[in-house]
Design a protein around this ligand. Structure first.
Ligand code: PMP
Length: 425
């Protein structure tokens, strides 16, 4: 039976020596009660917490697990490179090979730079936009996530207005709103950030409108500003290149992270020649940006991206999960909204204004072995099989049954009060 004694103990110790016991997007502070914070092992589609409970993991490390945890082809590339050297006085030859590989795979790209986190990549792109023509204003869609640096973090503690002085917000998928923001910036627009599709927490996802994407491209050309696609979360889950290739629009710069080393720490900025001089004029670096092991992992992952039918598998499994959950929800008398691409599902309950259904459903599914999120989009990985979906449905079925039985007496979880205030502010 499921228990979390060790996790609770470790969380208590953590609270003594780690601020809030944990911070950032992987903190379970906003997850349903009892979600485990600490994990012992991950392999293929599975995750084990430190109490030994096994889960089919639909968070995939919040994205990085694309091909299955500890995918053998990637593991052997890691082990081989580790024996030769990792963090050295300069990069290994794999850096050039990886740049050649990614430039050949991503349509708009003529050059590549590597860094560690998605936020490194988006900050490089932001600075590149300003370096490009010496202009200042950066246009960003309201509510979209691009990292946790002072210019883009959603948490405002410690952030001063000057950090955002040249950031102008517009509404995603709304050309009028973007045009207004550009007018407001006058002749000072350096760059426009575009999320490949709308994938915000606590809300339904929506696909990008192709006319909107073309409009953004046109506007950037007219203003001689750089168009930046932040593909950190969605990259290589929808297509084998930049996600806006699916609507036939090429950015000047795209940011990748998360999946490119299948979990090894590496992110990338891929740009067109138009932006090359700008990035060549900048000074950006990091002690671990040139480490050879993550680059070897990325080369192995990119090989799998090119040579396997992983995309088909993601769509097959994602579609099966979506149709099965829809059927299961209505079987138990609930209505759920599953939005966004099937490879990156967001699942929210109808008629659930204070989230009590969603939170309880995820909590119970977790205790039955399926790790889902009630507020963040999830991720399908290529190791998932129909058998995994069947097992997931047993867990979600148990969760729906409980929800149905307790529908009228169910109380919201205590943290949902905090959440409601946060969302309202
Ligand atoms: N952009 C997007 C769209 C993201 O989803 C994320 C991470 N969730 C980031 C940027 C930042 O990436 P990282 O956390 O690796 O810095």
């Amino acid at each position: 039976v499921w228990s979390n004694t060790r996790d609770k103990q470790l969380q208590e110790r953590a609270h003594q020596v780690i601020p809030n016991g944990m911070y950032g997007h992987e903190s379970v502070a906003m997850m349903p009660d009892d979600f485990p914070q600490f994990f012992a092992k991950a392999e293929g589609t599975r995750l084990w917490d430190i109490d030994g409970n096994e889960y089919i993991d639909y968070m995939c490390a919040y994205g990085p697990n694309l091909m299955g945890y500890a995918r053998p082809e990637v593991q052997s590339a890691i082990v081989e490179q580790l024996a030769r050297g990792d963090t050295m006085t300069g990069p290994g030859p794999g850096m050039v090979e990886l740049a050649e590989t990614m430039v050949s795979m991503v349509r708009h790209a003529d050059w590549a730079m590597f860094c560690k986190n998605g936020g490194d990549a988006t900050s490089i792109a932001m600075v590149a936009a300003r370096a490009y023509r010496g202009k200042k204003k950066i246009l960003v869609a309201r509510g979209s996530y691009h990292g946790s640096a002072p210019w883009n973090t959603p948490g405002m503690s410690g952030i001063v207005p000057e950090d955002r002085a040249h950031i102008i917000y517009f509404d995603y998928n709304d050309l009028d709103s973007l045009t207004k923001a550009a007018k407001f910036a006058g002749d000072d627009v350096a760059g426009v950030f575009a999320t490949p599709f709308k994938h915000e927490t606590f809300s339904d996802q929506s696909h990008v409108d192709a006319d909107y994407a073309r409009g953004v491209r046109k506007l950037c050309d007219e203003l001689d500003a750089l168009l930046i696609v932040d593909d950190v979360r969605a990259g290589f889950r929808l297509t084998r290149g930049c996600t806006w290739e699916t609507v036939d629009v090429d950015p000047d710069i795209a940011c990748f992270g998360k999946v490119i080393g299948n979990g090894q720490p590496i992110s990338a900025v891929l740009g067109a020649n138009k932006a090359r001089k700008a990035v060549e004029s900048m000074f950006v670096t990091g002690s671990f940006w040139f480490s050879a092991v993550p680059m070897a992992a990325a080369l192995a992952t990119m090989k799998l991206v090119r040579e396997t039918d992983y995309l088909k598998q993601l769509v097959t499994i994602g579609t099966l999960l979506r149709t099965s959950l829809d059927a299961q929800a209505s079987q138990y008398g609930f209505s759920i909204r599953q939005t966004g691409p099937v490879q990156m599902p967001q699942i929210l309950f109808d008629d659930d204004p204070d989230w009590r259904f969603g939170y309880r459903w995820c909590q119970l599914a977790m205790k039955h072995g399926a790790y889902l999120s009630p507020y963040h989009n999830m991720f399908i990985n290529a190791a998932m099989t129909e058998a995994d979906v069947a097992k997931t449905l047993e867990a979600t079925g148990a969760a729906f049954a409980d929800l149905q039985a307790n529908r009228t007496t169910l109380e919201p979880q205590a943290k949902l009060g905090v959440l409601k205030r946060l969302l309202a502010s």
